[in-house]
Design a protein around this ligand. Structure first.
Ligand SMILES: *Cc1c(COP(=O)(O)O)cnc(C)c1O
Length: 307
């Protein structure tokens, strides 16, 4: 890839990302209207919310004269995949600290990352827990290194995500999105217009920490009303999903033409319809669902024989 930062001048980026109206019989039944903000289409390699979250990390790295990006993730991480692509495009060296033993992980996510020049360092789970310890990190980082937190969720992620609100030509009653580390939710809270509500679907079990994390990333969120995190649609936990969920997602994709995967976007869409069925969303609502991307993860699920 040529040396360029992923900003609006990035030729490969499609911005604003398309807004697609979705049609589904259940939407009539619940009396709501649904659009999808197709952030999955922003960039062929730097997917969805990771593009938004990385944008200001890369601009910051450039402004500070950094030459190297260091970050962390699991062997199928969308963030690691996006960071490798973004670094390659921007002419920055990248290192990914990967949780797990290397023999287990020659999957398509990491093959792409390697192809884009990322140095991969495999560490066991115990070492991985030290990833916030500056002394431990010193072995991988120098003065020209920008350390990007797991998932790309730092205060630098906020403005990039907030910008998506201004791309939408009307004000929805409700935004819906998947959440894990909370960085994308924090950015959306920062960007939303006052009366708009946000429903974040936690894709992991035990998501009670996420609200605190949102407020750490964007302290003003404590005094901004209108957002909530639904904790009971994790379907077993992070990266887990039942056959029923995956069937529902495939059926929904077939009916609407919207591609989804089961870890984030599909699970969140499923969660939205469970909220609708439970009567927790007001009839008449205009809803925008944010497709946060992550479609590269489907290849890994297929490799593992999980789909
Ligand atoms: C990383 C990721 C998320 C989670 O975003 P957070 O900011 O960590 O909450 C959601 N969707 C996709 C596709 C992702 O890759």
């Amino acid at each position: 890839m040529q040396a360029k930062f992923p900003t609006e001048s990035d030729d490969a980026a499609i911005l604003p990302s398309p807004l697609q109206r979705l049609h589904h019989p259940l939407l009539h039944r619940y009396g709501v209207e649904l659009w999808c903000k197709r952030d999955d289409l922003i960039h062929p390699a730097i997917s969805g919310n990771k593009w938004r979250k990385l944008k200001y990390h890369l601009l910051h790295a450039k402004a500070q004269g950094k030459q190297h990006l260091l970050s962390f993730g699991g062997a199928y991480s969308n963030h690691i995949h996006a960071l490798a692509a973004a670094g390659c495009q921007a002419g920055l060296r990248t290192t990914g600290i990967i949780r797990g033993e290397s023999h287990a992980v020659s999957n398509s996510t990491l093959q792409d990352a390697r192809r884009w020049g990322m140095d991969l360092v495999f560490v066991d789970r115990q070492s991985y827990r030290q990833r916030q310890d500056p002394e431990w990190l010193a072995q991988f980082a120098a003065s020209d290194t920008l350390i990007v937190p797991e998932g790309g969720s730092s205060p630098l992620a906020i403005p990039g995500v907030a910008e998506l609100v201004g791309e939408v030509p009307f004000s929805p009653d409700l935004w819906v999105l998947p959440c894990a580390s909370g960085g994308t939710l924090a950015g959306l809270i920062a960007g939303k217009r006052q009366p708009e509500q946000i429903l974040a679907i936690a894709v992991l079990k035990g998501g009670g920490f996420i609200a605190d994390e949102v407020c750490r990333l964007h302290p003003a969120a404590t005094s901004i009303p209108g957002w909530r995190i639904a904790l009971d649609h994790h379907d077993g936990g992070y990266a887990k999903f039942s056959p029923a969920l995956w069937l529902w997602v495939q059926d929904f994709s077939a009916q609407t033409g919207l591609p989804l995967e089961p870890i984030y976007s599909g699970k969140a869409m499923w969660g939205l319809f469970r909220e609708l069925a439970a009567g927790r969303i007001a009839p008449g609502s205009k809803i925008i669902f944010i497709h946060t991307g992550g479609m590269q993860g489907l290849a890994g699920l297929k490799e593992q024989g999980r789909l």
